[in-house]
Design a protein around this ligand. Structure first.
Ligand code: ZN
Length: 485
């Protein structure tokens, strides 16, 4: 059992996207369930996305999800709830872009960025709006610990003449400097109102070259290094361009670097490799994405609330916690720790392998882009889609994209049935021994059994589905004449 002081990574939390899929429908209690899981993992920070969910009075057009269940009092309650569990609460919003801010941009067309969407960071009105939006949130939720600011860079840079003004021979542009001067204006205003407030800002985007060769941007970040300011490196960056256009490890730019990944897509081994690499580059914290409505690599993306205690996410959480405790933990030692977390003493080590195996089967099933209609798996979609495809005699029942998905998904899931069914049955037999006992082993056996049952159901394993799936596949091939083989 780790104590709070034992962790090598001092900042641990979730970048929490409360918007995609059905997640904006979560109630306070739904969020409390999620937060309880974070607290169990000794996470100490939550970056809670509010763009589009925040009921701004100043910019009402930014309220993008009218079905949002969280009212102001609810957000305040969540802040209070997090504090009770030792978790800092940051208000998250997209700066110069994303959901709510895009709606405001539409209402103020002169603020629009050139070509790449969102707002221009060099535009005075855009700067004012983005600052006021944040300050209105602060006024509404004065108890917060800080802000999580997602800069517009995933959209690519603004291509207006001002933003594109070259500043050095390496490729630095005014675009980056405009973002940084905005951040300085933002923190000046923030710290006037709440001197202890912290900020965490995403960095490292390369989309459409947003900051690919922008050493002046990263050197500017370096100059802003101070204890209330955190930077969250995204996009698998462990080095960034600095002085002279050379690459430097994250620690060169700040003592307060955090690292981000979509950890739900990773096996525990990959989580360990990520933590080790981020630690070596000088990161002092890790803040992976919790965004079930966008994706979860599980069958439960549309469950409200997302079940945090089932596989594979339960395993993801545990791996994250252990590798944050010690990023140099060996994988063998990790497995020993998993044995004592999930089972009673003296358990056969095969059960740990089974647990990891089940997690990986689900992640593999839900991870391939071409076998899904959308990133977030909606429970039962494959069964429905396959049934329609099996009945369809012409191409009109499904779109061409859907036929492609049917073809890929039926092929892939039939292969998985072939590859995994025997092992699933074997695990199932072994589970009976655990289920006859009590304690941890029995509780874990339950989540393992659920993983097996749900996998068979979602992926239509078993001979009873063979005929229907064969028909669906045949129809897909008929309706996709260009498909070879
Ligand atoms: Zn611009």
């Amino acid at each position: 059992m780790l104590n709070n002081d034992d962790y090598v990574f001092k900042v641990r939390g979730n970048y929490t996207l409360a918007c995609w899929g059905e997640v904006f429908k979560y109630s306070v209690d739904d969020w409390k369930t999620v937060i309880d899981g974070m607290a169990e993992d000794q996470k100490n920070t939550i970056y809670f996305w509010l763009s589009g969910l925040f009921r701004s009075e100043k910019y009402p057009e930014s309220f993008f999800y009218p079905q949002t269940r969280l009212k102001d009092a609810d957000v305040r309650e969540l802040i209070y709830y997090c504090h009770g569990k030792g978790i800092k609460f940051y208000l998250g919003y997209g700066v110069f872009a994303w959901f709510g801010m895009d709606k405001v941009a539409e209402a103020h067309p002169d603020t629009l960025a050139k070509e790449n969407g969102g707002m221009c960071p060099s535009n005075e009105l855009a700067r004012k709006i983005n600052l006021e939006y944040g300050m209105e949130m602060l006024d509404r939720y004065p108890g917060v610990d800080g802000f999580f600011l997602e800069m517009r860079d995933e959209y690519g840079p603004c291509l207006c003449d001002t933003c594109q003004k070259p500043l050095d021979e390496h490729g630095s542009k005014q675009y980056g400097q405009s973002e940084l001067t905005w951040l300085k204006e933002f923190t000046t205003e923030l710290w006037k109102r709440k001197p202890e407030a912290e900020i965490s800002v995403t960095v490292g985007y390369r989309e459409k070259g947003s900051h690919t060769n922008d050493p002046m941007y990263y050197e500017g970040i370096r100059a802003m290094d101070e204890p209330r300011t955190y930077w969250m490196a995204v996009r698998d960056n462990y080095e960034l361009p600095g002085a002279g256009g050379k690459q430097y490890p994250l620690s060169h730019f700040s003592k307060q670097m955090l690292h981000w990944i979509q950890y739900y897509s990773c096996s525990p081994k990959q989580i360990g490799e990520w933590a080790a690499r981020a630690h070596k580059a000088g990161a002092i914290g890790a803040c992976p994405a919790f965004e079930p409505g966008f994706n979860s690599y599980s069958y439960y993306s549309y469950d409200v609330p997302f079940p945090v205690n089932v596989l594979p996410y339960r395993m993801t959480r545990f791996a994250f916690q252990q590798f944050c405790g010690n990023p140099e933990l060996s994988y063998d030692r990790f497995k020993e720790l998993a044995a004592s977390e999930f089972f009673d003493p003296g358990v056969d080590p095969r059960y740990v392998e089974d647990l990891l195996y089940l997690s990986e089967v689900i992640q593999a099933a839900c991870g391939s882009r071409k076998t899904r209609l959308s990133r977030a798996w909606k429970s039962g979609w494959f069964r429905e889609c396959a049934a329609v495809a099996a009945k369809a005699t012409d191409g009109k029942s499904l779109s061409e994209d859907e036929w492609h998905v049917v073809e890929a998904a039926v092929t892939e899931f039939r292969k998985m049935d072939h590859d995994h069914s025997a092992r699933l049955a074997e695990i199932e037999t072994r589970l009976m021994l655990l289920e006859s006992k009590g304690g941890r082993s029995r509780a874990t056996a339950e989540i393992m059994r659920k993983a097996i049952i749900d996998t068979r159901w979602e992926l239509m394993f078993g001979p009873e589905h063979e005929e229907l799936l064969a028909r669906a596949l045949k129809n897909a091939k008929c309706n996709l004449p260009e498909t070879k083989g």
